[in-house]
Design a protein around this ligand. Structure first.
Ligand SMILES: Nc1ncnc2c1ncn2[C@@H]1O[C@H](COP(=O)(O)OP(=O)(O)OP(=O)(O)O)[C@@H](O)[C@H]1O
Ligand SMILES: O=P(O)(O)OC[C@H]1O[C@H](OP(=O)(O)OP(=O)(O)O)[C@H](O)[C@@H]1O
Length: 345
């Protein structure tokens, strides 16, 4: 069975080609098979732009939607974290979101999708360029304490114990560059916890936590509230500041192409297309309601004194815009969903 079905490189990834009998070697079945598969895999990645995407967690589903929206087609073999794209010289590398900043910064992959929070935590932020905010994975990194606890300020936490998965950012907040709080002279103990950070205070292992908050449900369920926001975060498309030698002149144009396709797909989710008829004398009022992204399209109707208008409007404002248009005298107001577009976000 072929792991990834693409012409020449795909054949290289087929398990049949990688088997000892197919390769005709004498090495033991398992060692030869593994080595051979690995070298064929490496070979198949040559001349492809490597693109790291989250392999699990909160960012995975939306990332896969985005790839589909950009017509990036691939087959991912079971348990294989590399997938060759069928319709472009791209290979997707599925990695934990937290590892992606390092792979991008070191140039092991040319592009990546991950959260701004893990970029900041990775300490590789300076080597990374954010190409496009992706509008999902939105959350805030916050300092949280028990609602009913004795400590309710950052100063109060200074010198205490903090549990977090963001040890770099938390240590920087509490202990600065000097390793101690500049104001209090105290050193706060920052302890790494891999998940379920909210439980740390109730378990008596921390006075406060630093963790991500989106809806706030997890925080509230644990009897915590936020007393400080370290940063806001969303998923972003990233690349390395230093162009990597594997990004050849042939592959380089893929980067703006992917960015532009993502931006178009994201815009199609954000906007709808509105069309309506209105008397020419009411047009100035209507133009204030639907100015369009650049300008609205206005065409004369076959009825004296009437025009047809079409313009893009933000999806979240649709109901209000339709109310306002109706009040301004617009008729036959139609709203169309966009499948895809190229207008930027
Ligand atoms: N509640 C949330 N709402 C929105 N985005 C979130 C939320 N939690 C995390 N994220 C975003 O998703 C990224 C990945 O988080 P997630 O917990 O899914 O990671 P993961 O790869 O499954 O790692 P882990 O195994 O450590 O949980 C975070 O770095 C952040 O950018
Ligand atoms: O504000 P909310 O919408 O409740 O989201 C916040 C929670 O989401 C994340 O955890 P996740 O559910 O990914 O699991 P984890 O605790 O294992 O990291 C984060 O660490 C919070 O616990």
């Amino acid at each position: 069975m072929s792991a990834v079905p693409t012409p020449p490189p795909t054949a290289a990834l087929s398990t049949e080609a990688a088997s000892p009998s197919a390769a005709g070697g004498r090495a033991s079945k398992s060692s030869f098979g593994a080595e051979s598969t690995m070298s064929l895999l490496v070979e198949s990645l040559k001349d492809r732009l490597l693109f790291a995407v989250p392999k699990k967690g909160r960012l995975m589903e939306k990332t896969l939607e985005l790839l589909a929206g950009a017509d990036i087609k691939y087959n991912r073999a079971h348990r294989l974290d590399v997938a060759l794209v069928q319709n472009h010289p791209i290979a997707l590398v599925f990695l934990p979101a937290a590892d992606i900043p390092r792979f991008v910064a070191l140039g092991s992959v040319a592009l990546g999708i991950t959260g701004q929070d893990v970029i900041a935590e990775s300490t590789h932020a300076e080597q990374i360029t954010e190409l496009l905010p992706l509008g999902f994975g939105k959350c805030s990194l916050q300092v949280q304490v028990p609602v009913t606890g004795p400590i309710q300020t950052l100063e109060g936490l200074s010198g205490g114990r903090i549990a977090t998965s963001f040890e770099v950012l938390a240590a920087e907040l509490f202990n600065g560059k000097e390793g101690v709080d500049a104001k209090t002279g105290k050193k706060t103990k920052v302890e790494y916890v891999g998940g379920s950070v909210e439980a740390a205070c109730a378990l008596g292992m921390a006075d406060g936590i630093v963790d991500l908050v989106e809806s706030g449900d997890t925080m509230r369920a644990a009897g915590l509230h936020a007393i400080h926001t370290l940063m806001k975060s969303e998923a972003v498309l990233i690349t390395s500041r230093t162009p990597h030698p594997t990004v050849t002149p042939d592959l380089a144009p893929l980067i703006p192409l992917i960015k532009s396709r993502f931006a178009g797909f994201l815009a199609s989710k954000k906007y709808v297309y509105a069309s309506y008829n209105i008397k020419r004398e009411s047009l100035p009022k209507a133009m204030k309601i639907t100015p369009g992204r650049r300008a609205a399209t206005v065409s004369p109707l076959d009825e004296e004194g009437w025009v047809a208008v079409s313009a893009m409007i933000e999806k979240k404002e649709v109901a209000k815009v339709m109310d306002d248009l109706e009040k301004s005298g617009a008729e036959d107001i139609l709203i169309f969903a966009l499948d895809n577009c190229r207008v930027g976000v």
